[in-house]
Design a protein around this ligand. Structure first.
Ligand code: MEV
Length: 294
């Protein structure tokens, strides 16, 4: 039995979504595949090269998911095409892939089986503490979504949505970046609430732009969102440089995606990203393009 969970990019609204504002996110075409084979007991086989803390977290998360799904007698292997710890939702994709494989093998009667989102959330809570849920919800939805805590609205894109994803390398953990911002907002709650509200407004306009096929407008919203993220101290010199580079290569808009802080992944929205991918690859930048919809 096989379960697949795609990775994701956040087009607009990371961090604000932790404080109840909406976010706009979409699945990548690449992700994580979980393959379950009959076994004596329910277990996960950690992928090779996983660090000890990551392995412990995976085993703890898996134990929770196994409990919720009646601990089917399978051993599950994982294969990921996603770069890890880059802000592309690899843990959310692992959570969705594993919950799909576990539910497919579950001995529980259909009526007693939990929803895949419930199982995936239990795992994400081990990986990230108190996630908004946008990563695993987008992975499970498999289409662009407008997400706000507990609610998800699938979006139909009028035009293809093509992004270039540039990988800058190591970044602080999502937990650390979200925690740092939480400390600043706890000191000056009203000031930060205003910023999150503004991000929420950009997100709502972005959802309308996707549905109307207005790529130029969506790109402009991404640029404005990047400005707000930089104001929240979630950007860095190397992020800013890559954002400018993507705009220079013809992106309608560009921004960091995911938790940010430093490193991680930068996205640019393009009508056709192929020339920009070729140019950056020649320069030694790790990057790829992905069609998010259409
Ligand atoms: C992580 O992909 C997005 C953040 O908003 C955290 C979250 O939503 O849990 C930074």
């Amino acid at each position: 039995m096989v379960g697949f969970g795609p990775g994701k990019v956040i087009l607009l609204g990371e961090h604000g979504v932790v404080y109840g504002e909406p976010a706009l996110a979409a699945p990548l075409s690449i992700g994580v595949t979980a393959t379950a084979l009959p076994a004596e007991r329910c277990r996960v086989v950690s992928p090779k090269g996983l660090s000890a803390p990551h392995r412990r977290a995976l085993e703890e998360a898996f134990a929770r998911a196994a409990l919720l799904t009646g601990a089917p007698k399978v051993q599950i292997g994982l294969e990921s095409e996603l770069p890890v710890s880059m802000g592309l939702g690899s843990s959310g994709a692992i959570a969705v892939a594993l919950s799909r494989a576990l539910l497919a093998a579950s001995p529980l009667p259909a009526k007693k089986r939990p929803h895949e989102l419930e199982v995936a959330l239990a795992m994400e809570q081990v990986f990230h503490g108190t996630p908004s849920g946008v990563d695993h919800t987008t992975s499970a939805a498999g289409v662009p979504v407008l997400f706000q805590k507990g609610k998800v609205r699938p979006l139909t894109a009028k035009k293809p949505l093509d992004v270039l994803v540039a990988l800058l390398g190591d970044r602080p953990s999502t937990k650390a970046t979200v925690g740092g911002l939480r400390e600043r907002q706890a000191k000056w709650p009203q000031r930060y609430r205003r910023q999150f509200k503004e991000i929420g407004l950009l997100v709502r306009e972005g959802a309308a732009a996707i549905e109307a096929g207005e790529l130029e407008s969506l790109g402009d919203l991404m640029n404005l969102n990047q400005g707000l993220l930089a104001g929240l101290q979630l950007s860095s010199d190397r992020i800013d440089q890559m954002v400018r580079r993507l705009r220079g290569l013809g992106a309608h808009g560009a921004k960091l995606t995911g938790a940010g802080g430093d490193g991680g992944a930068i996205i640019g929205l393009f009508t056709d990203a192929s020339a920009a991918v070729r140019t950056l690859t020649r320069e030694g930048v790790r990057c790829f393009s992905s069609r998010l919809a259409g």
